[in-house]
Design a protein around this ligand. Structure first.
Ligand code: GLV
Length: 304
């Protein structure tokens, strides 16, 4: 469950008599002798067979691939990779698309095809383009802070109230409507948990102002696909930028691929950098073996 490209790096990083790096499916090993597991979406039931397991490390920030396994050993600590490099990449993705939307770049692309020399007034970032981050956590906070530097009005929604410079914080179900009412662009960064599945449905989308855009860099399960398409087709939403999907790869026959108001990218907003992740994994193992407290421990009851 470690991509082969990582394996060579892993061997180079950990090669020592104390730590063997084994690639599941490629190398033979005895499940009862594995101490550490590193992966992303192991087959359900797989981890239960590793009876000596001490620590599970997710090389993705989202850990639903582990927590949806009914046999996941919940007594073993699970840590998730939340290196700042991942958050910065995701911030680039959201910022790039927010700027394309805000600066009306799609219209200029069309004018060039004509060709047509036509200037458009830009909305003012400070009061006419309000960006909302749905999921103001570790990653969402970094995205929000960066957007605020461009002068956008930025707010975030999360379960508990948060404090990030230049970012207005909305918290809890009671404040979701007020948060959505003011978002011209809303970017989803929420983890997949039982509470977030299908959150972006008809009612949710109806709370956004006319012409708003939806960006998803979180998980496809947040979105009710048909409700999103209906909101785009009715003209209520201006467009959507989607990097994550219920089924990945996105099936070729899925209507998202060919919808004129949807931009599709193949889950690339934030790709864990193997070099950063391996340094992180090495650190986790060293910290764990020294008996020191681990950072980024997942609260398995909360789901992130
Ligand atoms: C990617 O989707 C991740 O969870 O890191």
């Amino acid at each position: 469950m470690v991509p082969p490209a990582w394996a060579a790096l892993g061997h180079a990083t950990f090669a020592s008599p104390a730590h063997d790096v084994l690639l599941h499916g490629k190398e033979s090993y005895r499940p009862e002798e594995v101490d550490y597991f590193v992966g992303f979406r192991p087959p359900h039931g797989f981890l239960k067979k590793l009876t000596r397991l001490k620590l599970v490390i997710s090389f993705g920030a989202g850990v639903e691939g582990f927590l949806t396994d009914p046999e996941f050993p919940k007594d073993i600590p699970l840590v998730r990779f939340t290196d700042p490099s991942l958050a910065y990449e995701m911030a680039q993705y959201v910022t790039m698309h927010a700027l394309i939307i805000h600066r009306q770049q799609r219209a200029f692309d069309e004018f060039q095809k004509a060709p047509l020399w036509r200037q458009l007034m830009m909305p003012r970032a400070t009061d006419q383009t309000h960006i909302g981050i749905l999921g103001l956590g570790e990653i969402g906070g970094k995205i929000a802070e960066r957007l605020a530097l461009y002068g956008f009005q930025v707010s975030g929604w999360s379960k508990a109230r948060k404090s990030f410079p230049g970012v207005k914080s909305f918290a809890g179900q009671n404040e979701l409507k007020a948060f959505l009412n003011q978002c011209h662009i809303v970017a989803a960064v929420l983890p997949q948990t039982p509470e977030t599945i299908d959150l972006v449905n008809r009612d949710f989308l109806a709370q956004l102002p006319q012409g708003a855009w939806f960006i998803n860099v979180a998980r496809g399960t947040l979105v009710v696909d048909d409700d999103l398409i209906a909101a785009l087709d009715s003209g209520h939403l201006g467009g959507a930028v989607l990097d994550v999907f219920r089924t990945e790869p996105l099936p070729t026959e899925h209507p998202f691929w060919r919808h004129s108001k949807i931009t599709v990218t193949p889950h690339v907003a934030g790709i864990t950098d193997p070099r950063m992740a391996l340094a992180y994994i090495g650190n986790c193992v060293r910290t764990f073996e020294a008996g020191e407290p681990l950072a980024d421990i997942v609260d398995v009851t909360r789901g992130y």
